[in-house]
Design a protein around this ligand. Structure first.
Ligand SMILES: Cc1cc2nc3c(=O)[nH]c(=O)nc-3n(C[C@H](O)[C@H](O)[C@H](O)COP(=O)(O)OP(=O)(O)OC[C@H]3O[C@@H](n4cnc5c(N)ncnc54)[C@H](O)[C@@H]3O)c2cc1C
Length: 292
């Protein structure tokens, strides 16, 4: 199956499975256990009977919407976003955050998510830091759009820690003879994780010593001498850094959009609701500036 038809198939899976695509249905998930992977990353393994209805897709960047109820609001069960939107005022609607499926174990029905803990601000980061076995939230999805193309001559993966789960998952599904360059920007030297990668893939860890997140990432990719051949690239993280990298890759390095998975996962100074509210315009402006 070609990459394009695989993606189309995946999109069909997304809209066909139980999850937000079919309306508003969600799955209840419970924290089974937790692991501190690094000073800035906590792994949460979720379980729950509803996961019997979870249909994983084939993308290595598969992601879910984690749904957090508002404290003090009681919701009709099972939690259905369509029903909630029709029956409750907007300020009572649950909030959601998007997270990569780091691992899905179909046998054990366990879903693993690696959360960046980026301080006291926000919803999902602090929630993950404080989560205890038995805590319940909900999920919708999965969606997704990228899987390393085995026909590519080489792979480029670049991101900050928010993209590290997707980068780690991508490396695990690459063919043994894959070659590539991986750049991951981290906040703390102790945040380097042990990644399983093909021998021909070089992983470079970069410290974000600059005030603007993504500075080291942009500098490293800019300085890279691109090998010959077709690159297949995955670039995600803070939106402004991703915008700069997109410009570099498309304009200066001539990477085709179809060989590029690129988007801002988060925006410095904006919470996720604020970022999502402007993301479409942000992307449109970038496309206009590229003349695409
Ligand atoms: C498809 C997709 C997959 C993603 N996968 C993952 C994943 O697997 N793991 C993961 O940790 N994140 C992932 N993210 C990013 C995550 O959704 C955002 O970082 C989200 O904003 C975190 O929500 P929050 O409630 O913790 O913070 P928010 O309430 O959204 O934001 C609060 C404050 O924290 C800042 N902030 C948000 N995220 C970060 C960050 N990573 N580092 C530093 N400051 C931050 C904001 O700018 C804001 O000032 C993914 C995003 C997308 C779109």
């Amino acid at each position: 199956m070609s990459m394009t038809s695989r993606m189309a198939e995946g999109i069909r899976n997304r809209v066909g499975g139980r999850g937000e695509g079919r309306g508003g249905a969600t799955l209840a998930i419970t924290v089974a256990r937790k692991e501190q992977l690094s000073p800035t990353m906590v792994r949460v393994v979720f379980t729950g009977d509803d996961l019997a209805d979870f249909t994983m897709n084939e993308f290595s960047d598969a992601y879910v919407k984690l749904i957090y109820p508002r404290p003090g609001v009681s919701y009709p069960e099972p939690l259905d976003m369509k029903v909630i939107r029709a029956s409750l005022p907007q300020e009572d609607w649950p909030q959601n955050r998007t997270y990569t499926v780091r691992r899905w174990d179909d046998q054990a029905r366990e879903l693993t998510v690696d959360f960046v803990v980026h301080g006291d601000e926000g919803l999902a980061g602090p929630w993950a830091r404080d989560a205890q076995p038995g805590d319940q939230i909900w999920l919708a999805g999965p969606g997704g759009g990228y899987r390393p193309d085995p026909a590519a001559d080489w792979h480029l993966l670049a991101g900050d820690e928010s993209a590290l789960p997707a980068i780690a998952a991508a490396l695990e599904v690459m063919p043994e003879d894959a070659v590539g360059q991986v750049f991951v920007e981290i906040h703390d030297p102790a945040s380097e994780l042990k990644l399983t990668a093909p021998a021909g893939v070089t992983v470079t860890w970069l410290l974000d010593t600059a005030e603007t997140p993504g500075t080291a990432l942009v500098e490293a990719v800019t300085a890279l001498t691109f090998p010959e051949g077709r690159v297949y690239a995955f670039v995600h993280g803070e939106a402004a850094a991703v915008r700069d990298l997109r410009r570099l890759l498309k304009r200066e390095r001539g990477v085709k959009q179809s060989d590029l998975s690129i988007s801002g996962y988060w925006r410095q100074g904006a919470n996720d609701e604020e970022w999502r509210a402007v993301k479409r315009d942000w992307n449109q402006k970038i496309e206009e500036s590229e003349g695409s």
